[in-house]
Design a protein. Structure first.
Length: 118
């Protein structure tokens, strides 16, 4: 992040009540803390617990070029009707990952993106 890492405390202290969708396009945003393996709270889950209905995060590191291609394909599909409906996020992510597969991007470089929520 620009001014420092985003933490769960930042999310808890933020008012995200009016937001239905979040895309966490950074490394390991849907992965828990390895030093506390019994805790499953990660940034993506934290946003969902705070009221965001639909969240996309990553399970491991992602390269800049792959992230750019996936995010571009995702938003092209997600906003195709000039709207952003959080209930279509999972389908848009699926199509974006398929787009990367068609470009012959290896599975391990495109499978880290996950959707949680509705």
């Amino acid at each position: 992040m620009r001014d420092g890492p985003l933490s769960l405390l930042d999310i808890i202290n933020a008012d995200v009540s009016g937001h239905e969708f979040a895309f966490l396009s950074a490394c390991e945003t849907a992965m828990g803390d390895l030093s506390a393996p019994d805790e499953v709270i990660h940034l993506a889950a934290g946003l969902q617990f705070m009221g965001v209905k639909s969240v996309i995060g990553t399970l491991w590191s992602v390269g800049d070029e792959v992230a750019y291609d996936l995010v571009s394909a995702f938003y092209k599909e997600f906003c195709k009707d000039s709207t952003m409906n959080c209930t279509t996020a999972a389908r848009a992510l699926h199509k974006a990952v398929a787009f990367l597969a068609n470009k012959e991007i290896p599975l391990e470089e495109r499978a880290m993106f996950i959707h949680i929520g509705i």
